[in-house]
Design a protein around this ligand. Sequence first.
Ligand code: SAM
Length: 379
Amino acid sequence: MNNLSRMEELVGLLEKEQTLTDSEFSEFFDILADSCGEDADRRVQIREEIPAARCTQEEAILYAAARRAREKYYGSDVYLRGLIEFTNYCRNDCKYCGIRRSNRNVQRYRLSKEQILLCCEQGYSLGFRTFVLQGGEDLYFTDDMICGIVAAIKERYPDCAVTLSIGEKSRDSYKAYYDAGADRYLLRQETSDPLHYRYLHPQELSIENRKRCLSDLKEIGYQVGCGIMVGSPGQTRDHVMQDLRYMKKFRPHMVGIGPFIPHKDTPFAGEKAGSLYDTLHLLAVIRLMMPDVLLPATTALGTIHPAGRELGFLAGANVIMPNLSPGDVRKKYLLYDGKICTEDEASACGRCIELRVRKAGCRVVYSRGDFAGFKVRGQ
Ligand code: SAM
């Protein structure tokens, strides 16, 4: 049987069973490696509106199945999350991250509660109904301060969801933020493999604690997002398989994946970036394994290719996270080199995003965009 027919069979199985056996997965990834590498002949035009949206026949089968799966739960809707990067101080020293503690070239900043509320005000008037507060692990922000910020946003904008992405905390802290009104939490596991985790992170961080955090968050009642960087240094196919199995079992509400991109002031400065195609393949696989999951087309994907996010939608993504941070701090939240959207103003971002989403045959929906079927507190 040739690659194409086998791909059709395996994608059919994945669509029906939402998983594959180890040997089927290994065949599936072999076919992708054989026929869909960086320099493959990409002749199939997925959408005329996006000249870069070209793929191999194998990819066309995979992406079409992923779009069908997305449509079952979310139609062609794409949800917006307004990202507020409120601090670039971090106590951690993750080897891949540009805002790691030991990077002395970072100009550190913190937004005040008032500045955060101003970002929300601007975002709200642009139609955003989810605010994502993301930052390094910055102990300056005590639990009381985080709770105060969350409560103030919820008081002013009760129709909005608040997502936190501030790293590893105790269960009590997570519970306090939830009680203050936080709805969702993003914490990528980065890799499920203990040795690979060790390789990417400082000694004091462990995959056991990361998984403990994710379980606590889910038990408390958050909509939880996990995820990985695609092509992170040392990542093997086996690691990716472990991540897929871990996520399938964990049942996250969101999965954030984007390519690893090196940052010049980190120990991984000389490493290769993750590939566009590996990321798109994985987006589609995740959509097929967890059809109802919320799946962002990430900024990192838009950074490695000008049409990366549009391609992400064509491979099954349904969320986009435009930046609402004030213009003067955007360049200081540099997780990796070349990060896009550090120049634009929030309103310009909104128009650009609308256009990209529309070109990919989807539509921007200005609602909270909760996980399909999720019972939201108080509603
Ligand atoms: N401190 C919080 C945490 O660790 O979850 C949130 C901020 S952290 C900077 C957000 C995400 O950025 C990480 O989960 C990581 O996957 C991603 N990231 C960091 N450095 C990156 C890089 N060099 N390339 C791609 N993604 C990166």
